[in-house]
Design a protein around this ligand. Structure first.
Ligand SMILES: [Zn+2]
Length: 376
């Protein structure tokens, strides 16, 4: 595992700005040395992540993006990079564990990263793509404190995906859409105008550091819980109008469906289901757009209601509402999304080959209208 070396990084001019987007914190291994033994039972995902990095050797670089204090622990928010995201022609950003209770998202992401690394060892074509063509930036556990506590929120009681300073333009579901009543109720947004939470800032730094003008980035954020089916959600969550990049999303959906016609994802705008305040990707998308940067976030919402329906005992465990508890179902979920993420990696690497322009983009926008927005 290679570690951050702030002093040397600054020698390269292009990286100067990069180093500014985040604090200079102790490296991943040093942070883990202080807590590894006590975390084995309670936060095995963090241990697995460290193991993956160690086994990957030079293929993965790590950076401690933030430190989160929770009880006796100081937990790291870590980003992993494969390839060089400062110089690569394309970039795919993958995040999971924003909601601590949704461990399966982190596990799916780690399972995919493992296949990426294993394949780098014997497939020279596969490995070569990370030399210049594309870089992967992954933050598999954005909310380690929440995951330790089996809570949706972070240790300060804040729902990180309701925390962005952006209000829905229409009615949101009571409480679930984000609330400022009390941190003892889930979906708490935090006080209006208060400082951003550390985990939120960590993500913001990642976006600032790696999203560049002239280099569109695809983001996939892994969640679980909503619905009987797996959803791929297009922003926005704060309004029912189409996102400016809707043409690109339709093109991506068509590309996916042409290549994998028997897939089982519901691919469409989140606003078809519900609106919410403070969505992190709404906010980052708008921030990037203001800076002239194209960011295409997608939320993979793994439908957990089916897991509960098939195994109702899961209702008695809170974690069981968000994670498959039966081993064969768990394995099926871990392998079930590999193809999709491989596809999104290829889509990010070849974005100029499918992103619509001019007349084509207008056609895609019209298609979006008839697919979704007429009903909204
Ligand atoms: Zn979630």
């Amino acid at each position: 595992m290679s570690h951050q070396e702030p002093a040397r990084i600054l020698e390269r001019e292009g990286d100067m700005e990069a180093a500014l987007c985040g604090p200079d914190l102790p490296d991943f291994t040093t942070v883990m040395d202080a807590c590894r033994g006590r975390l084995r039972q309670r936060l095995s995902e963090l241990i697995s992540m460290e193991q993956l990095c160690r086994q990957a050797g030079d293929l993965i670089s790590t950076r401690t993006e933030a430190l989160v204090e929770v009880g006796e622990f100081t937990l790291p928010v870590v980003s992993l990079t494969i390839g060089n995201p400062n110089t690569a022609k394309h970039c795919l950003i993958l995040t999971a564990g924003i909601h601590g209770v949704e461990r399966i998202g982190t596990q799916v992401l780690l399972a995919w990263l493992e296949t990426v690394i294993e394949r780098c060892r014997w497939d020279t074509h596969w490995r070569a793509q990370f030399e210049q063509d594309i870089a992967i930036v992954a933050a598999p556990i954005v909310n380690p404190g929440g995951m330790l506590q089996d809570s949706r929120c972070n240790p300060n009681g804040i729902d990180l995906n309701r925390h962005a300073p952006i209000d829905a333009e229409d009615k949101v579901p009571f409480l679930v859409g984000g609330q400022r009543i009390s941190k003892t109720i889930p979906w708490y947004r935090g006080k209006r105008g208060a400082d951003f939470e550390g985990e939120f800032v960590a993500l913001q730094n990642i976006i600032k550091r790696y999203c560049q003008v002239g280099r569109p980035s695809i983001v996939v954020d892994f969640h679980s819980g909503f619905g009987f089916q797996d959803h791929l959600w297009i922003p926005y969550a704060y309004r029912r109008q189409p996102i400016d990049d809707i043409g690109s999303y339709v093109a991506l959906k068509l590309l996916w469906e042409r290549n994998f016609p028997h897939h089982n994802y519901v691919f469409g705008p989140q606003a078809m289901h519900y609106l919410s305040h403070g969505d992190i990707w709404d906010y980052f998308h708008r921030q990037c757009r203001a800076d002239g940067i194209t960011l295409l976030p997608l939320t993979l919402e793994m439908g957990s209601w089916l897991w509960v329906k098939k195994h109702p005992q899961q209702l008695f465990s809170f974690a069981g509402l968000f994670n498959p508890t039966v081993p064969h179902r768990h394995a099926r979920v871990l392998r079930g999304h590999l193809l999709l993420i491989d596809f999104l990696l290829a889509a990010a690497r070849n974005i100029e080959h499918w992103q619509p322009r001019g007349e084509q983009e207008r056609e895609m926008q019209q298609m979006a209208q008839s697919l979704w927005y007429r009903q909204l």
